[in-house]
Design a protein around this ligand. Structure first.
Ligand SMILES: [Zn+2]
Length: 100
Protein backbone atom coordinates (compact mmCIF):
# COMPACT_ATOMS: atom_id res chain seq x y z
CA UNK A 1 0.00 0.00 0.00
CA UNK A 2 1.36 3.41 -0.92
CA UNK A 3 1.35 6.06 1.76
CA UNK A 4 -0.29 9.30 0.77
CA UNK A 5 0.31 12.47 2.78
CA UNK A 6 -1.28 15.05 0.54
CA UNK A 7 -4.34 16.05 2.50
CA UNK A 8 -4.95 19.36 0.75
CA UNK A 9 -4.59 19.72 -3.00
CA UNK A 10 -4.77 22.62 -5.40
CA UNK A 11 -8.19 22.96 -6.94
CA UNK A 12 -8.45 22.20 -10.63
CA UNK A 13 -10.87 24.86 -11.91
CA UNK A 14 -11.50 23.00 -15.16
CA UNK A 15 -13.48 20.42 -13.20
CA UNK A 16 -14.58 22.52 -10.24
CA UNK A 17 -18.32 22.80 -9.79
CA UNK A 18 -19.95 26.20 -9.66
CA UNK A 19 -21.02 26.85 -6.03
CA UNK A 20 -24.34 28.20 -7.25
CA UNK A 21 -25.59 25.92 -10.04
CA UNK A 22 -23.21 22.93 -9.49
CA UNK A 23 -22.20 22.83 -13.17
CA UNK A 24 -18.70 21.38 -13.41
CA UNK A 25 -16.12 23.25 -15.47
CA UNK A 26 -18.27 26.35 -16.04
CA UNK A 27 -16.07 28.66 -13.96
CA UNK A 28 -13.81 31.31 -15.49
CA UNK A 29 -11.14 33.29 -13.69
CA UNK A 30 -12.05 36.92 -13.14
CA UNK A 31 -9.34 39.54 -13.02
CA UNK A 32 -8.95 41.24 -9.67
CA UNK A 33 -10.45 44.70 -9.41
CA UNK A 34 -7.35 46.28 -7.90
CA UNK A 35 -4.44 45.77 -5.52
CA UNK A 36 -6.56 45.58 -2.31
CA UNK A 37 -8.57 42.80 -3.92
CA UNK A 38 -5.39 41.04 -5.06
CA UNK A 39 -4.01 41.12 -1.50
CA UNK A 40 -7.28 39.78 -0.08
CA UNK A 41 -7.20 36.96 -2.65
CA UNK A 42 -3.62 36.09 -1.63
CA UNK A 43 -4.36 36.13 2.11
CA UNK A 44 -7.60 34.17 1.95
CA UNK A 45 -6.42 31.75 -0.81
CA UNK A 46 -9.52 32.64 -2.76
CA UNK A 47 -9.85 33.77 -6.33
CA UNK A 48 -12.57 35.57 -8.23
CA UNK A 49 -14.58 33.40 -10.56
CA UNK A 50 -17.43 33.86 -12.94
CA UNK A 51 -19.83 31.09 -13.92
CA UNK A 52 -20.62 30.86 -17.61
CA UNK A 53 -23.69 28.79 -16.92
CA UNK A 54 -25.67 30.81 -14.34
CA UNK A 55 -23.72 34.13 -14.42
CA UNK A 56 -22.68 33.66 -10.79
CA UNK A 57 -19.82 35.86 -9.57
CA UNK A 58 -17.84 35.14 -6.46
CA UNK A 59 -14.78 33.83 -4.75
CA UNK A 60 -13.75 30.19 -4.70
CA UNK A 61 -11.24 28.64 -2.34
CA UNK A 62 -8.03 27.64 -4.16
CA UNK A 63 -7.46 24.46 -2.24
CA UNK A 64 -9.67 21.59 -1.35
CA UNK A 65 -9.52 18.47 0.77
CA UNK A 66 -8.45 15.44 -1.20
CA UNK A 67 -11.12 12.86 -1.95
CA UNK A 68 -8.67 10.23 -0.68
CA UNK A 69 -8.58 11.82 2.77
CA UNK A 70 -9.33 8.47 4.43
CA UNK A 71 -6.20 6.99 2.85
CA UNK A 72 -4.21 10.06 3.91
CA UNK A 73 -5.45 9.85 7.49
CA UNK A 74 -4.61 6.15 7.52
CA UNK A 75 -1.09 6.99 6.35
CA UNK A 76 -0.65 9.41 9.24
CA UNK A 77 -2.09 6.81 11.60
CA UNK A 78 0.39 4.18 10.40
CA UNK A 79 3.34 6.57 10.79
CA UNK A 80 2.20 7.67 14.26
CA UNK A 81 1.52 4.08 15.27
CA UNK A 82 4.90 2.76 14.17
CA UNK A 83 6.60 5.70 15.88
CA UNK A 84 4.79 4.88 19.14
CA UNK A 85 5.76 1.19 18.86
CA UNK A 86 9.37 2.28 18.31
CA UNK A 87 9.22 4.44 21.44
CA UNK A 88 7.78 1.55 23.48
CA UNK A 89 10.51 -0.81 22.25
CA UNK A 90 13.15 1.80 23.08
CA UNK A 91 11.63 2.33 26.52
CA UNK A 92 11.54 -1.41 27.26
CA UNK A 93 15.12 -1.79 26.00
CA UNK A 94 16.39 1.03 28.21
CA UNK A 95 14.46 -0.39 31.15
CA UNK A 96 16.04 -3.83 30.65
CA UNK A 97 19.54 -2.37 30.99
CA UNK A 98 20.41 -2.56 34.66
CA UNK A 99 21.84 0.62 36.10
CA UNK A 100 25.28 0.16 37.65
ZN1 LIG B 1 -23.15 28.49 -12.00
Amino acid sequence: MALNFKLIILRDTTVTECPNCKTPGALDRRKSTGWPDRIIQKITFRKNYHCNSCKWDGKVFNFRLTKKYKQVLLSYLIITGSFLILLIILYLYLKSIKPR
